[in-house]
Design a protein around this ligand. Structure first.
Ligand SMILES: O=C[C@H](O)COP(=O)(O)O
Length: 247
């Protein structure tokens, strides 16, 4: 039985002060029916971590090298120093705007896993790819590339987020049937790589315009184990409504 995992991805939103206020308001409302988390900009991570007893606090990215001449980057050692153990990798916005590739996502996966941290690795097709009917080819390519050289022991603790790019921040959600179909397919790809036992351990989230009112039904889909939530995770009441939806 996989425990649901709901993570808010704040993207480039909220100051340190906003973060402290949000964590103070939301952390104690978390229940045991899911793992609840937020991914914040780097600057707010320490404040979030200090205020959180229940919320998982995740970074939105990291670098794949230990240290060195990489201006503007953050290493996993820096994240671990402030107690951060979760990192989102390969979000479509990083792929689209910052040159993230399947190869860099894989390098980051290996770096995060080798440092005993947990990656939430994002895969998903663009609108063009969706309309061309190539969704499954795209998510397979991205998933296989992300897991290259990942050992079976590590693979089981990876969280995968399926986020169709056309559903991110657009108000368009994939239907639960489409999301389930693609998430089941992603699990079958993991099973091809590592066997069914590992595939059954991997938690797969859906992301793309998730709202509190649709969350319960989304999680009733057999291969959807959580959600990566953008806009609806930014507002305290909306985040609490997601928690209440799983009460
Ligand atoms: O990482 C989260 C996703 O990009 C979804 O964002 P959204 O819920 O605002 O569509």
């Amino acid at each position: 039985m996989r425990k649901p995992i709901i993570v808010g991805n704040w993207k480039m939103n909220k100051t340190i002060a906003d973060t402290k206020a949000f964590v103070a308001a939301v952390d104690s409302a978390c229940n045991d029916n899911a793992d609840w988390g937020i991914a914040t900009p780097y600057l707010a991570l320490q404040a979030a971590k200090e205020g959180a007893k229940n919320l998982i606090i995740a970074a939105e990215n990291c670098h794949f090298k230990d240290s060195g001449a990489y201006t503007g980057e953050i290493s996993v050692e820096m994240l671990k120093e402030i107690g951060i153990e979760w990192v989102i990798l390969g979000h479509s916005e990083r792929r689209q705007y910052f040159g993230e590739t399947d190869e860099t996502v894989n390098a980051k996966m290996l770096q995060v896993l080798h440092n005993d941290m947990t990656p939430i690795v994002c895969v998903g097709e663009t609108l063009e790819e969706y309309e061309a009917g190539t969704t499954k080819d795209v998510v397979k390519t991205q998933t296989v590339a992300a897991f290259k050289d990942v050992c079976p022991n590590c693979a089981g603790r990876v969280v995968i987020a399926y986020e169709p790019v056309w559903a991110i921040g657009t108000g368009k959600t994939a239907t639960n049937e489409i999301a389930q179909d693609v998430c089941a397919y992603i699990r079958s790809v993991v099973a091809e790589l590592y066997g069914q036992e590992v595939a059954d351990k991997v938690r797969i989230q859906y992301g793309g315009s998730v709202k509190p009112e649709g969350l319960k039904e989304l999680l009733e889909q057999p291969d959807i184990d959580g959600a990566l939530v953008g806009g609806a995770s930014l507002v305290e009441d909306s985040y609490k409504a997601m928690i209440a939806a799983l009460d």
